[in-house]
Design a protein around this ligand. Sequence first.
Ligand code: SF4
Length: 332
Amino acid sequence: MFIPNEIYYEKDIVNYELGKELLEKYKEVPKFEIANHNNIEEMRKKSNKEFPRMKKDLIIGIRKTHKFVENHKISDYLVPYTSSGCTASCLYCYLVCNYNKCAYLRLFVNREEMLEKIIKTAEKSEKELTFEIGSNSDLILENTITNNLVWTIENFKDTKKGFLTFPTKFDMVDSILPLRHNGKIIVRVSVNPEEIIRNVEFGTSNLEGRINAINKLAEAGYKVGILIAPVIFLEDWKEKYLNLIKILESKLSKKVKKELFFEVIFMTYSYIHTKINEEAYPNAINLYNKELMTGRGKGKYWYKSDIRKEGEKFFRENLNKYFNSNEIIYIV
Ligand code: SF4
């Protein structure tokens, strides 16, 4: 169970049921009142070396911006929801870019307001909409602290329209398995070769756990997808990812294979990741590869077009070979 080192909280959280619950749950943990979860002076001043320790703090506040961003991949809208950041430390996590603002776990207690806006938007729309509620956090992880995913599913299942979706790198799905969800929830589990999980995705669930979670979710009637993400072109990448595809083919249940879809995303990286990771995790592997990567503006890198094309060909060929009846939604 996650026990934070310290809690920073906005005083108005006591006006919300979840705020009161969390303060009671962590009554033994040292607490500091803050004016705004977006700007915590002490966190901003900390050095990069302190990053792993900051991941053990918890920030609790009230989400003020509720702007939906249009999306045209798997969902119709990216929706700010009940958390931001996470307790794990993937070396490529895009939240790291802004780490002293938002890479640590922030919980927002005004969940009723956020879910209500989603429900109203879904019901007003002529077409069925899908809302991505996990684009900057991990709701399976968050649920172990707040029970928010259970609460969300219970309060969304009987609405007339709409679907919710989120990605995860965790396997703690048992609490949502017995829930009635009416097919309105799509869980996308992100996978990587075990060696990459161990050396890059610190603090997340292992591959076996994630595969078991996918099988359990499908058995419980949830729609499931797999994100092969982010693809990292380390040495022997073809061998590593072919092995991953073969493991998926052999361990996923028949039920999963009937409906499963894939998304494939190549890693992006940045100068700031390099700087923070070399100070915070000096023994970790360096994901920046100057032969294979190129600038993308503002200190950001992505893989050069040749390697991305080769990657796309590789994944199309092998996913079509081992999962010939499953859709690849996109490779980017
Ligand atoms: S699990 Fe997701 S949110 Fe958490 S550190 Fe990894 S990439 Fe970032």
